[in-house]
Design a protein around this ligand. Structure first.
Ligand SMILES: O=C(O)[C@H]1O[C@H](OP(=O)(O)OP(=O)(O)OC[C@H]2O[C@@H](n3ccc(=O)[nH]c3=O)[C@H](O)[C@@H]2O)[C@H](O)[C@@H](O)[C@@H]1O
Length: 411
């Protein structure tokens, strides 16, 4: 009996060892398999995007200003206006830290190329969303920002019909998040942010003045920008944040946005593709107060330099703070058909045009800025006409899209 049970035990014991060995080998095999399959350790540029010591040092370094310079957080830094403004600030000695989510609303490779440009200027752009409050708070811990240039937004008038949620996400929720973090920061920064000429909506009195009504937006995009202006009022009123809104008028130029008409007209004319020119009722032509990027940059810096200090601390208001809104336009509207004929001459290609009645897509018939307020407050004076500005744009476009980087993304 004993013997029997002893051999039984031995059999069971041997069986367990075999089983253990078997599973150990499988386990080891799996470890080896996953070890060799796992992606290589991140490159320095990827590593810094994910936090850690390198990342923190990059943020601090980028935020350093020359003596008496400002320390500016630029949201949407890899965007069109964001890139130009960041470079101008850095070159004059301000500390600049960027944040951008590099979304794919338009070709992200263009945003990456702008980011390369920024990196060469010593500007670090954090990859992240303005809705990420812990990330924003972390940036304020690392750098005591004196100013926030809030340019991150969901842009584009007509796209709002396709993707309304993205406008609410960036232009409303994102703005509120930025203001929440700013109001709690110590010291509170002064804020300059991008509103839009589209807030004038269906107004017919021209030129548009900041004193005019802005309660009839024609697109959800315009409505979110108008909402932003009201939200700015609230944060100024409750928390003593100094806030300046800038109503940009159809900004164009090198490194511009591919979703804008001047940009995709250029691309389509060169490709021999048909372009559509909208017209208003009774064949009225549509016009825009196209404003060149360098003029806009001067306006942004002027607004930043004249921004008063926020008065609150620890999330509490201590006194009244500045609340402003400025038109930044060119004061000379140009018909879209004229824009096309300038492009035809510069590109030396005749456009294949079709004229269509403006669909109900959020567009307005015309824009025209009265800029006297910006002129009196910080000497804003646009100096580039459409012909000159488009010439610079076309030169950049040809160079960029004939280089290997541009070729890959545009054609
Ligand atoms: O300044 C502003 O407030 C706005 O300017 C532009 O909006 P928009 O003026 O509509 O600029 P485009 O989309 O480039 O259109 C320019 C003109 O071309 C016209 N267009 C556009 C597209 C098209 O296929 N055909 C055409 O004739 C539009 O009706 C408009 O009059 C920007 O896209 C907005 O983000 C910005 O806020």
């Amino acid at each position: 009996m004993v013997d029997k049970s002893g051999s039984n035990h031995r059999v069971r014991y041997n069986f367990s060892i075999t089983k253990l060995l078997f599973w150990s080998l499988i386990f080891l095999g799996l470890i080896v398999f996953f070890f060799f399959r796992s992606p290589p350790s991140p490159s320095p540029s990827r590593r810094v995007l994910r936090g850690g010591v390198d990342w923190e040092n990059s943020v601090r370094q980028s935020g350093l200003s020359r003596s008496k310079g400002k320390r500016v957080l630029v949201t949407g830094a890899a965007g069109f206006v964001g890139t130009h403004v960041s470079i101008a600030l850095k070159r004059r000695g301000d500390g600049v830290v960027g944040i951008d989510n590099f979304n794919s609303y338009y070709d992200p490779s263009l945003k990456r190329a702008r980011n390369d440009l920024l990196r060469r200027e010593g500007i670090f752009v954090v990859e992240g969303d303005i809705n990420n409050a812990p990330l924003l708070r972390k940036l304020f811990e690392l750098v005591k920002f004196t100013h926030v240039m809030h340019l991150a937004a969901q842009a584009g008038v007509r796209y709002a019909m396709k993707n309304p949620a993205s406008y609410v996400h960036s232009n409303i929720a994102g703005l509120v998040n930025v203001l929440e973090v700013c109001k709690s920061a110590n010291p509170q920064p002064s804020i300059v942010w991008a509103s839009s000429s589209s807030v004038y909506g269906l107004n017919s009195k021209v030129p548009f003045s900041e004193k005019d009504r802005t309660d009839q937006p024609a697109s959800l995009y315009a409505a979110t920008k108008k909402a932003g202006e009201e939200i700015a009022h609230t944060y100024n009123h409750i928390y003593g944040l100094s806030i300046t809104g800038l109503r940009f008028f159809t900004v164009y130029g090198p490194w511009g946005r591919p979703d804008m008409a001047y940009f995709f007209f250029t691309k389509d004319i060169l490709k021999g593709k048909k372009i559509t020119i909208f017209e208003g009722p009774n064949h009225k032509s549509v016009a825009r107060d196209f404003t060149y990027i360098d003029d806009i940059v001067k306006g942004c810096l002027g607004a930043l330099d004249t921004a008063g200090k926020s008065t609150g601390s620890g999330g509490k208001k201590k006194g009244a703070a500045q609340l402003r809104v400025f038109n930044l336009g060119n004061t000379s509207p140009v018909q879209v058909s004229k824009l096309v004929s300038i492009l035809e001459k510069l590109l030396k290609v005749k456009a294949k045009k079709q004229v269509l009645a403006m669909p109900r897509n959020g567009d307005v018939l015309f824009t025209h800025a009265n800029i006297s307020y910006a002129q009196s407050e910080f000497g804003y004076k646009p100096t580039t006409d459409l012909q000159t500005g488009l010439k610079k744009f076309v030169k950049w476009y040809m160079e960029y899209y004939s280089s290997s980087k541009g070729k890959k993304s545009a054609w």
